[in-house]
Write a protein that binds this ligand. Sequence first.
Ligand code: AP5
Ligand code: ZN
Length: 220
Amino acid sequence: MNIILMGPPGAGKGTQAAKLVEKYGLKQISTGDLFRKAIKEETKFGVIAKYFISFGYLVPDDFTIQMIQEYLEENINTEEFKNGFILDGFPRTIIQARKLADICSMFNFKIDAVINLDIPEDVLVKRLSGRRTCADCGKSYHIVYNPPKKEGVCDACGGELTQRSDESEEAVQVRIDTYNKQTKPLIDYYTMLGELTNVDGNQSMDEVAEEIYKVLDNLK
Ligand code: AP5
Ligand code: ZN
């Protein structure tokens, strides 16, 4: 089973993807995480992505598409992908969505569902300003909604919890505006193709997860 998880910044894509990895054994492919890893390792994609991400803009389509294509070429036949995958944060533009259709034919897979996490803007800001991410393993927390057992320390690996470079108030607003302009049109795009399912993202993490499980269990 291969799915696309869509939604604005802070909607809970990463949080729900982690639950789906656990429940269905899917592999999460987060373009945001791939870019952050590339930035840390100072690869060609990292050098380009750093500038765009820090200001809250999208990384240009051609680089993003090239990165995901190279990633799939290297990984799609590995054991981790045997149950399928979750695309978290890709596609984010109509151009990327069209290219994804080509990539599907190239690697011989299909997308079984597109889940859109629907959520009001004021909630996004609260979620993003309270998020803390483990510098070592990438696990995400929230200081109010999902706090770690010990303040500032990752439950999973003991790493230090930090704020991302794109979580300043200005960058968050740019990310939301960028989403509205460039990514939101994908809702119509996938609705027209009859592939989109909206899920109310403004519920507790477990309630959102239950709604997604229902959608995915109906596909079987
Ligand atoms: P990316 O890393 O994908 O960031 P994003 O889409 O802005 O999404 P986030 O990771 O911020 O939020 P999320 O929806 O995963 O929410 P989370 O689960 O963490 O991308 C970063 C940047 O990379 C982009 O801005 C762009 O520059 C670049 N990029 C990435 N992909 C690209 C592409 N395809 N093309 C071009 N550029 C690209 O939750 C947020 C917080 O809320 C957490 O603290 C969490 O604990 C809490 N929370 C989650 N769910 C709930 C709930 N139900 N109730 C209460 N709290 C909750
Ligand atoms: Zn950790």
